[in-house]
Write a protein that binds this ligand. Sequence first.
Ligand SMILES: Cc1cc2nc3c(=O)[nH]c(=O)nc-3n(C[C@H](O)[C@H](O)[C@H](O)COP(=O)(O)OP(=O)(O)OC[C@H]3O[C@@H](n4cnc5c(N)ncnc54)[C@H](O)[C@@H]3O)c2cc1C
Length: 578
Amino acid sequence: MANFFEDNPSLLFQLDHPLMQRIVELKENHFSGENREAYAPQDYADALENYRQVLGIVGEICGDVLAANAERVDAEGPTVVDGRVHYHPGTQQNHDALAQAGLYGMSLPREFGGLNFPMVPYVMAAELVSRADGGFANIWGLQDCAETINEFASDEQRRQYLPLANQGKTFAMGLTEPDAGSDLQAVMLKAHYDEKRGTWLLNGVKRFITNGDADVSLVMARSEEGTTDARGISLFLYDNKKTDCVRVRRIEHKMGIIGSPTCELVFKDAPAELVGERKLGLIKYVMSLMNGARLGVAAQSVGIAEAATREAEKYANEREQFGKLIKNIPAVREMLVMMRAKTDAIRALLYETTRYVDIYKSLLHIQRERTLTKEERNELKEYTRLAEMFTPLAKLFGSEFCNQVTYDAVQVHGGTGYMRDFPVERLYRDARITNIYEGTSQLQVVAAIRSVMTGQLTQRLTFFAQQVKGEAFAAEAKLLAALTEELTQSIEQVQKAENPNYIDFHARRLVEIGGFIAIAYLLILDSERCTCEKNCFEQSARRFVRYAEVQVRERVMLINSITLEAYLADYDVETPEA
Ligand SMILES: Cc1cc2nc3c(=O)[nH]c(=O)nc-3n(C[C@H](O)[C@H](O)[C@H](O)COP(=O)(O)OP(=O)(O)OC[C@H]3O[C@@H](n4cnc5c(N)ncnc54)[C@H](O)[C@@H]3O)c2cc1C
């Protein structure tokens, strides 16, 4: 049967990246320490072999169980009975298969039943699960909440709640409310401390909560009466199985990811525990939780794009028109090769970002146990900055390309693609959410624009340029250097207008210019590193550079054409609508 890890050499290639040595060293505390668990890896090679074996198991379950259930789960979906969610039997089977194989709590420390996996193999598992079933990936991926508990909760809470992940208990993240979507500062679900009962109580409504009836929920609530901004919000932990104070009013009827129940929840005097310090809920803890979840959506996007690309390749290899296979018609071939290039592109960006996240997260954990050396402090600073810069790019490009790839996958199938008989119709619907939740694409731009305007992203592009070694890509490298120069000029041009609305107006174009160039470099670097005979990434790299050139130039032209004056006359939000 299909093994989604073994049939995709790109994953092993990313797992073998040179930075993995440092990542594993940090995660395993240099393979030393007094309290090392007997089953901890002995060295780097041992750790890598362990990741490969576990990912092989994930790949097998994905191919044999999750992918096999995906269609009927999508057709029938979950139900709500008496305010409680019932998973579709296929979803339950997926969950049980992964739980029995110990594949929940993958990144948690071993002392809590976890596998102590770095983010790279964990995110890789998320990609595999998403390729099999993008909807189920949400239920599995909410184990991210346990990572937040590990980072910020008290020792007692960690001891109590973290082992639950490995036992297959489920998680949810309750942030959104009817009047608080992109603007989470507007959260109004109320938390007050009941002196008599000696506990916090939650009251109010949450909307659009994935897996809202999970065993354990992290809930953002307003703990400071009379406040209206982020400083009045704290994070709480609600144990669903201890009480019955949160009812599922309904689950949404959605376009896609149907197996994943999206709940409207009513909290009525629901007892909850404070996580960390009051008032840091949104400012610190949820930002960290959301950054993890954004990486998860980026992985979901790569998984769905991989599935769609494969479906299209398979169909084009079988379908004949005008006396030939449609894959041999240039217009179809172009769609196919660009789907592959875009999927390779977002995978390269995803794992580059994940490596940054891995290093800073491990250093943060080490910092809790001992003082970091000066070099380690610098490393922490550098990788935190890179992770903050690249996480919104990975989410933005991952989700937008995933949408484009699934759109083209339907197109390659022609009328058949519009029917429910083939998986691409589901993949197309599942893809549509990826650029909406965990912050819409517009909000990813808001998160990324600062590093573009301050020139930090350009610096990283220059660093990438210095890594390109061989002659094979000399022409592409020259072109990318010229495009980087155009980015610098565009930034200056927008900046000198000194009009915040004008900067917001061009923000997406500027972020995307930087992103296209960054991805093009990453594909070239992957191609240079690849030693296999057919060089898996060379064609994608060359095709993507050409594509990026056009995309960048189009955006530069628009920035040049819509000057401040043109903006004020035709687009400004202050200008009345005609
Ligand atoms: C299927 C599904 C599952 C979800 N799961 C969860 C979950 O588990 N937990 C949870 O807490 N939430 C969840 N959500 C909520 C999700 O994160 C929000 O829907 C999303 O953040 C957008 O918020 P909104 O829907 O209120 O849109 P709005 O915030 O109303 O946005 C409307 C439009 O305005 C744009 N916009 C808003 N502000 C800005 C700005 N400052 N700059 C530029 N553009 C802007 C947006 O990009 C969008 O185009 C889920 C949503 C869905 C649909």
